[in-house]
Design a protein around this ligand. Structure first.
Ligand code: BES
Ligand code: MN
Ligand code: ZN
Length: 500
């Protein structure tokens, strides 16, 4: 017996997911994937395949052809049972196996399976996993079937028609699908070039998501932003012929008056650097500079679809940083919405100028705690590498909650210090209240956070600098290159525990 659980909306997300309690070898799959732990006897579907093949997998392991290391895969191109072929998938050490690993192992398997056109795949990694593992695994499977080649005639990934999963946990499958599709939404938007997604079209997309998800939405256009005195955000937008937008999305699943989580995303749809122009190599991937806003939008979609009992408001500050005739200039002094004046020392430090005003709006709209996400500094990538995001905060308990959520989802996040006596002086200006860069380039991720801190008052706030992990130049076993959708899952996890 197999049960049809859910059917997705479109494209790669359109895969049908079926839950089964049938033994693996009785499914007439085009490919059957089985999981193998490193250094352990075969179990579950892998043991069944091994028995059917008269111990062939055990012999492969003995000859050290395959060990079951994390992300290791090996195809067995022969029919086994009713399956036309088998894929061995390494799960790593059992004591290291958690929700993050379930996500990445499943994504690895589906990435391998979708390299060719296959209609029916059975993913038998789930060996009686706990619900949170099944959920993460299913999310990973959805993410693993989509790549960044939006404009290739011949796609690298071929979406499956049907994916069969051995569980009777319908809830975990349904929520895993919601989360995986949200991650893919973020990736798709990040991967869309600046001529497709710019402030106005991002706002249109947000309106579409809001309508489908039952979110309240407000879109501030350039006139409204002017009226609202968003002088810092608008100064960045002036260099482009594309007008700025501010998107506000509201989800009220919690009690009225309950603490409201504010999620603020940097949405620079293209960052040329402005007059402080980036070199070509640095500019090439700057369509990714809207990743914070994409992550916010995707998380809001998932939080609404999961019907979480929380109040969340999302904000996206949307501009294009260009060099047009009206572009802001070095030495300009801007007046932010909060009234603070900012001396511009580098037009490429534009993200903090955008966020200064968006954070101020978030306070006014009633966010009682704020998490912002921004591809803010190359310095953060220098400090932590490309896979790890930096967390900076004015409130340790809130930061601890965000770090805990990231640990659950397995999205690497590391806190950087904010010592006032060390860093506060570095953004002082001789001309205005503050300047938009630190003294020299040292500690650049932190001086950027120090700038943002000026605009959140006493409200608990965590800043996530996702400049490294938001966009990959090279693929990983579990992910194609391009937008990663990293931190959508952490935001969902944070919202889940919000009232706890
Ligand atoms: N969007 C960039 C940061 C970035 C770099 C994101 C690499 C993703 C990958 C940001 O606007 C920027 O240009 N920051 C400057 C700040 C500097 C001028 C103080 C930087 O990091 O060089
Ligand atoms: Mn920049
Ligand atoms: Zn930027």
């Amino acid at each position: 017996m197999r049960f049809l659980l859910t059917e997705g909306p479109s494209g790669a997300d359109n895969v049908q997911i079926e839950q089964t309690e049938q033994p693996a070898l009785e499914i007439a799959a085009d490919a059957l994937a089985v999981g193998i732990f490193d250094g352990e006897p075969l179990s579950g579907a892998a043991a069944a395949v091994d028995a059917e093949l008269k111990g062939a997998i055990g012999q492969l392991i003995e000859r050290q052809e395959f060990a079951g290391k994390a992300y290791e895969t090996a195809p067995l191109l022969v029919p086994v049972g009713k399956a036309k072929q088998v894929l061995l998938v390494g799960l790593g050490k059992r004591d290291k196996f958690d929700a993050g690993m379930a996500y990445r192992a499943s994504a690895t398997a589906v990435r391998a399976l979708t390299g060719k056109k296959r209609e029916l795949a059975a993913l038998f990694l789930d060996d009686g996993w706990k619900p949170e593992l099944t959920e993460s695994g299913l999310a990973g499977a959805i993410v693993g079937s989509e790549g960044q080649d939006l404009y290739r005639a011949e796609k690298k990934r071929h979406p499956l028609g049907t994916l069969i999963w051995p569980t009777n946990n319908k809830e975990a499958i349904a929520s895993g699908r919601i989360i995986g599709e949200a991650v893919n939404l973020a990736r798709h938007l990040v991967n869309s070039p600046a001529e497709d997604i710019y402030p106005e079209t991002f706002a249109d997309k947000a309106a579409e998501v809001a309508k489908a998800s039952g979110l309240e939405i407000e879109i501030w256009d350039e006139k409204r932003l002017e009226k609202e005195r968003c002088g810092s955000l608008l100064a960045v937008a002036k260099g482009s012929h594309r007008p700025a937008r501010l998107v506000i999305l509201k989800y009220s699943g919690g009690k009225p008056g309950a603490p409201t989580l504010g999620i603020v995303g940097k949405g620079v749809t293209f960052d040329s650097g402005g007059l402080s122009l980036k070199p070509s190599e640095g500019m090439l991937t700057m369509k990714c500079d809207k990743a914070g806003a994409c992550t916010m939008l995707a998380a809001m979609q998932a939080i609404a679809a999961l019907k979480l009992p929380v109040n969340v408001i999302g904000f996206a500050g949307l501009v294009e940083n260009m060099t047009g005739p009206a572009a802001m200039k070095l030495g300009d002094v801007l007046t932010a919405r909060s009234g603070r004046t900012i001396e511009v020392h580098n037009t490429d430090a534009e993200g903090r100028l955008v966020l200064a005003d968006v954070l101020n709006v978030a306070l006014e709209k009633g966010a009682s705690q704020i998490v912002d996400l921004a591809t803010l500094t190359g310095a953060c990538v220098v400090a932590l590498g490309t896979e790890v995001a930096g967390a900076m905060t004015n409130n340790q308990p809130l930061c601890d909650r965000v770090l805990a959520a990231a640990k659950v989802t397995g999205e690497p996040l590391w806190q950087l210090p904010m010592f006032p006596e060390v860093y506060d002086d570095l953004i002082k200006s001789e001309v205005a209240d503050i300047k938009n860069v630190g003294e020299g380039r040292w500690g650049g991720a932190i001086t950027a956070a120090k700038f943002l801190e000026q605009f959140v008052g006493d409200t608990p706030w965590v800043h996530l600098d996702i400049a490294g992990p938001a966009f990959r130049d090279k693929p990983k076993p579990w992910s194609d290159a391009g937008g990663s959708g990293q931190f959508v899952r952490t935001l969902v996890e944070l919202a889940r525990g919000w009232n706890a």
